[in-house]
Write a protein that binds this ligand. Structure first.
Ligand code: AMP
Ligand code: MG
Length: 184
């Protein structure tokens, strides 16, 4: 089975994924890492935060290559984004050509309080995050719900909204672990 775990930058997705990795036999595949490595090989970018600023056509090509590779893997949790904020607007992380390759059973959208996300982004010097306001972050989480609904209707995949409670990533992670185990 393949599932997607997504959430806006700073929501705490990596922490949750670490717990899932320790408690299941699923591989965690980071979509952005695959795209980044493909882009770096041909000298398009130096860091992963430059990816979303590339021309859309270029991003689409990288996205197609990454999804073709992931579509061949089984028992994977795909760590990716429901939408990417590009200079041209919201862009689907799983447009038709990606969905067709990935054949995902379930989407888990990790969400939390936008104010908390803002504070975490401000504290994270390792990434070049965009200067989103709290309202921008709230909008992004909302938009992700709309897009996930579209993915679900198109494919029949289920969607769960998972609250990453501050200081308790275990709760969110264990909810997902239970779901993954019940499909083994
Ligand atoms: P991350 O480190 O997970 O935030 O991902 C880094 C970057 O990879 C994102 O900002 C996007 O530019 C790109 N990326 C990740 N997933 C996708 C996707 N499904 N489609 C297009 N670009 C993606
Ligand atoms: Mg991350």
């Amino acid at each position: 089975m393949r599932v997607v775990i997504a959430g806006v930058a700073g929501v705490g997705k990596s922490t949750i994924l670490d717990i899932i990795k320790k408690n299941t036999n699923y591989d965690i595949i980071n979509f952005g890492t695959l795209m980044f490595e493909m882009a770096r090989e041909i000298n398009l970018v130096k860091n992963r935060d430059e990816l979303r600023k590339l021309a859309i056509d270029t991003q689409i090509n990288l996205q197609k290559k990454a999804s073709a590779a992931i579509g061949k893997m089984d028992n994977v949790v795909i760590d990716t984004h429901v939408t990417i904020k590009t200079p041209d607007g919201y862009w689907p992380g799983l447009p038709e050509w990606v969905i067709r390759e990935l054949k995902v059973s379930s989407y888990f959208l990790i969400e939390t309080d936008p104010q908390l996300i803002k504070s975490r982004r401000d504290a994270d010097k390792s990434r070049s995050r965009d200067n989103d306001t709290v309202n921008d972050i709230r909008e992004h989480q909302e938009v992700n719900r709309y897009y996930a609904a579209a993915y679900s209707i198109y494919t029949g995949a289920t969607v769960s909204y998972v609250d990453n409670v501050e200081g308790k990533p275990d709760i969110a992670a264990q909810n997902i672990v239970r779901r993954l185990m019940s499909h083994d």
